[in-house]
Write a protein that binds this ligand. Structure first.
Ligand SMILES: [Fe+2]
Length: 197
């Protein structure tokens, strides 16, 4: 293997209603919710469900701007990690029901090596994204770093990621209230208010 991959990190899917999704995956299937986060700007929510081995997870996106099911329209416009100038996430939004990306698990100290290898192969790759928790004012909390990731695409435009977990999750990692589909607009307004405060 040319890259130091250790199994699957996560598969990211897009849903319409995060609470309904929590009710299904945690409530019915029994997959524990291990990580919740809100994406920068007004991009949405991202919730992770453990698949039992502490590594592989289902990573669910709620994008308030996601379109309804649209068969045949599936891939991100650009690499995940990019944001339009107004802070909206449309470059990485895919439709409800789509698979947004697949993430391969690597160790944190191998991310830059993976990025360099992709670049050497002529494959466009995102910057390294560091994922933090945020305080009430929306500022990142340094010691909360939980994931580093880079994004690239396969020849068909399928979004891929190398993802490196930084720490085990605890009860503080699932503090976000799952968004409901009927509050997508008010959710974005709330996020905008926080940016302005
Ligand atoms: Fe991911």
């Amino acid at each position: 293997m040319n890259f130091p991959v250790k199994g699957l990190s996560h598969i990211a899917l897009v849903v319409k209603d995060m609470q309904r999704t929590v009710d299904f995956y945690q409530g019915i299937l029994g997959f524990p919710l291990i990580k919740t986060t809100e994406l920068p700007g007004r991009a949405g929510q991202h919730f992770f469900f453990d698949l039992g081995d502490g590594q592989g997870s289902l990573a669910i996106f709620f994008f308030p701007t996601a379109k309804e099911h649209a068969p045949g329209v599936t891939v991100t416009r650009r690499n995940v990690g990019g944001f339009d100038e107004d802070g909206l996430p449309d470059v990485c939004v895919t439709d409800i029901g789509s698979m947004n990306h697949i993430s391969f698990n690597v160790e944190p100290d191998r991310i830059l090596e993976c990025k360099a290898k992709l670049e050497a192969a002529g494959i466009p790759v995102s910057e390294v994204l560091e994922h933090y928790d945020f305080d009430a004012r929306g500022n990142p909390i340094k010691e909360s770093l939980w994931l580093s990731s880079i994004y690239f695409k396969d020849p068909d435009g399928i979004q891929l990621e190398f993802g490196a977990w930084h720490r085990p999750f605890n009860e503080n990692d699932t503090a976000h209230v799952a968004a409901r589909a009927d509050e997508a607009e008010s959710w974005m307004e709330r996020m905008q208010q926080r940016e302005l405060s």
